[in-house]
Write a protein that binds this ligand. Structure first.
Ligand code: PGA
Length: 277
């Protein structure tokens, strides 16, 4: 697990957007897993900027969102489909046919969840999954106690999550208690994972996820088992990490990797030149 600590939430968004854009440039038919909530907003603003000013092309990109509230239509301002449309999709050249957000209005829940999993497989799997983290350490809506092998399904949200989500609903009675969500197993099948967090409110969850034991009590800790996860946090969210010095040490020394490899390539080329006479 790579841990990148930056000063501000704005920088968290920029670093995450740079990683996503690099993946999209390398593979035009990139399959991108997306998250909602307040944390990814800066990442989306930066991706939109890269599209408008730098021509970042979404025309062949396919997206899969993590979750959706049960019962909300796509047109509801608090639905995650609406959120994605307002904050990313309508600003870039994505083909609407390539957008996948779980439906909040389903009759056959099991059938829908199985079909969603199949669609991810048919798309070739997710190349990069962007994640936020809940105060209780959830990823997507995998609340504490969710199986670390879980797949897309219906989940009951915890009281804490319902309270956190209530800030954006006018009527507290309207806040959904259920969501359709990718499972932890679905998330960790992605080839690369980028988890972002801002602020001291997330510090304990980040500590549990990065330095705590792997446990279903903090579903984000399952990312410790993933071979390619990058955690990008601001100073507030990093404030409870105990191995901070080591993460900074890695950052400072990583800059040398490029120089070491470059030196080796030059040496190798000199040797080959010698062989050729
Ligand atoms: P937030 O939500 O970005 O609004 O804090 C994150 C989450 O619950 O996954």
């Amino acid at each position: 697990m790579e841990v990148i600590i930056v000063k501000t939430g704005e920088q968290v968004g920029k670093v995450a957007a740079d990683i996503i854009a690099t993946g999209m440039l390398r593979k035009p038919d990139f399959v991108l897993g997306l998250a909602t909530g307040s944390t990814p907003l800066k990442t989306y603003t930066e991706l939109v900027r890269k599209h408008k000013e730098g021509g970042l092309d979404f025309s062949k990109t396919t997206t899969f969102n993590l979750d959706e509230y049960l019962g909300l239509p796509m047109t509801h301002p608090q639905s995650y489909y609406y959120f994605m449309w307002e904050n990313l999709f309508k600003h870039v050249n994505i083909n609407p046919e390539n957008i996948h957000v779980p439906s909040g209005q389903i009759l056959d829940c099991e059938g829908f969840c199985e079909a969603y999993e199949n669609e991810i497989v048919d798309a070739g799997g997710i190349d990069l999954q962007l994640l936020g983290i809940g105060r209780d350490g959830h990823i997507a809506f995998n609340e504490p106690g969710s199986s670390l092998y879980s797949r897309t399904r219906l989940k009951t949200l915890t009281k804490e999550t319902v309270e956190d989500n209530a800030r954006v609903f006018d009527d507290p009675d309207e806040v959904p208690r259920f969501a359709v969500t990718m499972g932890v197993g679905t998330v960790i099948d992605a080839r690369r994972i980028v988890l972002i967090a801002n602020g001291t409110g997330k510090a304990q969850a980040i500590f549990d996820a990065v330095e705590g034991p792997v446990s279903s009590q903090c579903t984000a800790s399952a990312l410790q088992l993933h071979p390619k996860t990058t955690v990008i946090v601001d100073e507030g969210a990093a404030s409870k990490l105990e191995r901070r010095e080591y993460y900074d040490w890695i950052r400072d020394n990583k800059r040398q990797i490029h120089d070491i490899i470059e030196k080796q390539i030059r040496k190798r080329l000199r040797l080959e030149h010698k062989d050729w006479g």
